[in-house]
Structure formats: C-alpha cells, structure tokens
Ligand binder design. Structure first.
Ligand SMILES: [Zn+2]
Length: 123
C-alpha cells in the first residue's frame, strides 16, 4: 500500500471517526434526556403506559450507543494498523484486502472470504 492510498484511508477513517463520535454524543444526550424524564416520574408507577414506551426508548438508545462504540473501536484498531503499516492486510489469511472493499468498509480487518467464514462460524 503506497503513501497516497494510506493518506486516502487515513482521511476516510478520521472522517468516519468524527461522525461516530458525534453519534456517541447524540446517543449520550438522548440517554441523559430519558434518564431525566424518568426521574421526574414517581418510582411506583410501573403501570403507567408511558413507562413501557420509556424503557423501549431507553434500550433503543442504549443499543445505538453500544453499536456506535463498537464501530468506533473497530475504527481505532484500523487507525492503529494504518500507523503500524499493517492496514489492509487480512487478519484471517494475511492477504491484501481489495481496495474496493476497504473503500466501502474502511474499518474492515478481514477480506470478504474470511469475514463471511467467521460470520458463518458465529452463526
Ligand atoms: Zn482473508
């Protein structure tokens, strides 16, 4: 992988990282807002129809945050590999990941073959 390509993906990864960080901030604000709304309601009001909506909203926001943080971790790993010079090398089979795949999914650590194989194993 030459320097031009490395720079291209460095920019791509950083742009995605900024986006994800904004997403984390938004999810955290949403969780804060839900938490505040909850603390306004009396504790013994479990039969309030609003309660169910609130916890559904909470788990959705929490799931969103977890997903974003996981993606952020993958991006950080990709950035570390970019700095170490091992970016774009499949962690499964050691062959170069096609640039077309990296452009679609810059945080990818494995080639399509290995990624789908491990997805099958996880079931
Ligand atoms: Zn592979």
């Amino acid at each position: 992988m030459d320097d031009t390509v490395r720079r291209e993906f460095g920019a791509l990864l950083h742009a995605q990282r900024d986006e994800l960080l904004a997403g984390v901030g938004a999810s955290e604000r949403l969780l804060d807002a839900i938490r505040e709304a909850r603390s306004d309601t009396p504790a013994d009001d479990e039969h309030d129809p609003e309660g169910g909506t609130m916890s559904a909203e909470w788990s959705r926001a929490e799931g969103l945050l977890e997903g974003t943080q996981r993606e952020l971790g993958e991006l950080d790993a990709a950035l570390a590999r970019l700095a170490a010079g091992s970016y774009g090398i499949c962690t499964g089979c050691g062959s170069a990941i096609p640039l077309e795949r990296l452009r679609v999914r810059p945080a990818a650590l494995q080639c399509v073959g290995c990624a789908s194989a491990s997805t099958r194993v996880r079931g």
